[in-house]
Design a protein around this ligand. Structure first.
Ligand SMILES: Nc1ncnc2c1ncn2[C@@H]1O[C@H](COP(=O)(O)OP(=O)(O)O)[C@@H](O)[C@H]1O
Ligand SMILES: [Mg+2]
Length: 182
């Protein structure tokens, strides 16, 4: 069995997940600016660190080398203070995260956003279906303690602001609860 030293994190790790197009990058970038936490955009990190394997022709996306990606992130996650941004979540170690936010939109909004991004055909339909069937929310609920998984609506700029406020409040509470304990 893997031995994981129990080192207390000085700042929490936050997971932001949801179907492509729900607004993860938009939220994470702003949240990172507001809090000083480090935004880890997993798709970009995977690409920059050669963690992408052969291209999947059916799904029109590269296949992720999960083990290589996770090994490379272990140290920074152990330290804490990260906002992890990815459209899938079950393959991350559960112990990495103090809280999980799942962004949600309705299907017409997602259809418009993904069309604007150039998605068509099966790729467009699969991603809209993924949101309709709340695949990523169920994945998160099955992978993390239900009490740390929060669903956030991500349709409008006002909701983006509400979400930023809510996460900042959560962060302040975490810092208050965890100070002077180490
Ligand atoms: N709360 C929001 N209100 C309106 N538009 C949004 C909101 N969040 C994101 N968007 C827009 O939706 C599109 C997809 O957002 P993005 O952050 O790239 O999603 P993701 O990283 O989840 O794929 C972008 O054009 C972005 O400007
Ligand atoms: Mg993104």
């Amino acid at each position: 069995m893997e031995v994981v030293p129990n080192i207390r994190r000085e700042a929490p790790n936050i997971l932001v997940t949801g179907t492509p197009g729900v607004g993860k990058s938009t939220l994470c970038q702003k949240l990172s600016e507001l809090t000083g936490l480090q935004w880890l955009e997993i798709s970009k990190i995977a690409k920059d660190n050669n963690c992408l394997e052969e291209f999947d022709e059916v799904y029109q996306c590269p296949v992720l080398d999960e083990d290589k990606l996770l090994d490379g992130l272990e140290e920074v996650m152990r330290t804490g203070g990260n906002i992890v941004d990815y459209h899938s979540n079950e393959f991350f170690p559960e112990r990495w995260f103090d809280v999980v936010f799942v962004l949600r939109v309705d299907n017409t909004t997602l259809y418009d956003r993904l069309t604007a991004r150039g998605y068509t055909g099966k790729k467009l339909k699969d991603n809209v279906d993924c949101e309709i069937f709340q695949t990523v929310l169920d994945e998160a609920k099955n992978s993390y303690k239900p009490e740390i998984v929060h669903e956030l609506r991500s349709l409008t700029p006002e909701q983006l602001q509400d979400n930023l406020n809510q996460i900042c409040l959560w962060l302040h509470q975490w810092m208050a609860d965890n100070q002077n304990l180490s």
